[in-house]
Write a protein that binds this ligand. Structure first.
Ligand code: ADP
Length: 290
């Protein structure tokens, strides 16, 4: 995708594909402005309107991906979603992936590992959750928890989590080699915005279920989480599996951005509609006779 997109038509001045990749050694999470809207020149209502158009594009591209798999090509897309509590992962799944045929999406949430999962290597459950060919897989949290919560809460010794960055890079290399395009999105909100979103959950009986006292515990650990996120972004942003850091105080911005990142990933695959493996005229004639 070209860096410059026609601003009037799209609302983008520069594509987020080119703006949101953290450069190791230069990017500093502590300095991130979570209320920024890099690359987008329009307003919230422009973004909401644009979502509808781009949603149709995403829908078509996913269908092409599926058709491509039916034709025998083994390709898939994997969206890895990480972020602070209440950063808006759920909204991405509803509003961005919600524009795609639900049959084409493989949603995989990663919570606290089960006792069975704990008996295996940390990537065991991740392998099993990889998207089927022709699908867009969404990791709602991911193997990155094993270098985030595992590091911050000292669930394993340091030499174990330190070794995981390399293991993750090798694993993602293999996944990419097998034909899956990986898009990793890290969503961050300010601590004030997070407090407000968590308070909203506590003030609405319909949202109590979304809250966990653990969210406040993790919030108190934010400096340690921030260091863990910084290390993760420095060590695991690779050419085949880049991270995109998405400022997420504005939900409309994070949604249109992830939509655009997914579209760009699918477009980079140069998908085409498979040609018919049968004689079209003959089949039309047969149908007309039937
Ligand atoms: P969410 O907060 O994403 O809506 P949950 O309420 O199910 O989802 O929370 C998932 C919890 O599981 C988080 O606290 C997360 O840190 C934890 N978790 C995920 N993966 C691991 C892991 N590998 N080890 C320990 N805890 C994990």
């Amino acid at each position: 995708m070209g860096a410059r997109i026609e601003a009037a038509a799209s609302g983008w001045d520069v594509s987020p594909v080119h703006l949101l990749r953290p450069i190791p050694g230069i990017f500093s999470l502590a300095d991130l402005d979570t209320s920024a809207t890099p690359g987008f020149v329009g307003s919230k209502s422009d973004a909401v309107r644009l979502m509808q158009d781009r949603g149709k594009r995403l829908h078509t591209l996913q269908e092409k991906l599926y058709a491509d798999a039916v034709a025998g090509n083994g390709r898939a897309v994997l969206l890895v979603l990480q972020g602070m509590d209440a950063a808006g992962k759920g909204g991405i799944i509803r509003h961005v992936l919600g524009t795609v045929n639900p049959e084409g999406v493989d949603h995989a949430p990663f919570g606290v590992p089960s006792s069975e999962e704990r008996q295996h290597h940390f990537l065991w459950r991740v392998h099993k959750a990889l998207p089927r060919l022709g699908h867009i897989g969404v990791f709602d949290r991911s193997h990155y928890e094993d270098v985030l919560v595992a590091r911050v809460r000292r669930l394993v010794p340091e030499e174990v989590w330190q070794g995981r960055y390399c293991e993750i890079n090798e694993f993602e290399d293999q996944v990419a080699d097998q034909g899956t395009v990986i898009v990793k999105v890290a969503m961050f909100i300010s601590l004030d915005e997070q407090r407000q979103r968590l308070l909203d959950r506590l003030q609405d009986p319909h949202k109590y279920w979304k809250f966990s006292p653990r969210d406040v515990d993790d919030r108190l650990l934010w400096p340690a989480y921030r260091d863990a996120y910084q290390a993760l972004l420095d060590k695991t942003s690779t050419e085949v599996a880049p991270w995109y850091v998405v400022p997420s105080d504005h939900k409309w911005y994070s949604r249109i951005t992830v939509m655009e990142l997914l579209i760009a990933a699918l477009e980079s695959m140069n998908l085409s509609w498979p040609s018919a493996s049968y004689d079209i005229d003959e089949e039309i004639a047969r149908l007309e006779r039937s």
